[in-house]
Design a protein around this ligand. Structure first.
Ligand code: IMP
Length: 186
């Protein structure tokens, strides 16, 4: 998995272990295009990474889409976190009654240089909390409450619990089901 984000890698490794798929992290810079959807970003990055590093590999791109803000920050999620941060997002949400949001993850798998990547997506619906809660996880985890949970934010959950509900978990399980079918005889 080509990523500089150790949290992402550890989440992914735990999920793929359920399928007896072993994952290694390559902390190499990946080219990231600016595009409206995470699938396109992940596909481009995987193709580029395979060209430079060989394959097989996966790359993930994710974003947080907040309804009240018309889907913002979406593809700008990392920029927004780096600039206005969680406090800035909470300020933008002050007084909002519609606090719905979703995370979307796209996992792109590229087998070898020159091969077309295959993309798997996962979504988790939730709401933006009124204040930050929890110390676990990363990124927007302290302000995201998944609807299928018990009211805790992702940052209040263990990695395994988050993985059962998360966008990343869902995308990775789709990938792993396909991957283990394709490669079961290898
Ligand atoms: P990227 O996929 O690393 O480009 O993620 C975009 C932004 O969304 C980054 O700021 C991440 O920290 C944040 N992000 C991605 N996945 C998650 C997650 O599972 N929880 C919280 N924040 C996330």
């Amino acid at each position: 998995m080509v990523t500089g984000n150790r949290h992402k890698f550890l989440e992914a490794r735990l999920i793929l272990a359920e399928f007896q798929v072993d994952l290694l992290q390559v902390d190499a810079k990946r080219l990231e295009i600016q595009a409206e959807d995470v699938e396109e970003v992940a596909r481009f990055s995987a193709e580029d990474a395979a060209r430079r590093l060989g394959g097989p590999l996966i790359v993930e791109d994710a974003g947080l889409f907040i309804h009240h803000l018309g889907g913002f920050p979406g593809p700008y999620s990392s920029y927004v976190l780096r600039t206005i941060g969680l406090e800035g997002v909470l300020r933008l949400m002050k007084g909002a009654s519609d606090r719905r949001a979703h995370f979307k993850s796209a996992i792109a798998f590229c087998e070898a240089p020159g091969r077309t990547p295959r993309v798997f997506t996962g979504v988790v619906e939730g709401v933006i909390s009124k204040e930050r809660r929890g110390e676990k996880g990363f990124g927007y985890d302290p302000i995201f409450i998944p609807l299928e949970g018990d009211g805790r934010t992702f940052a209040e959950m263990e990695t395994e619990e988050k993985g059962r509900l998360s966008h990343r978990g869902r995308a990775l399980r789709k990938f792993a089901e396909w991957f283990t079918r394709m490669y079961e005889n290898i």
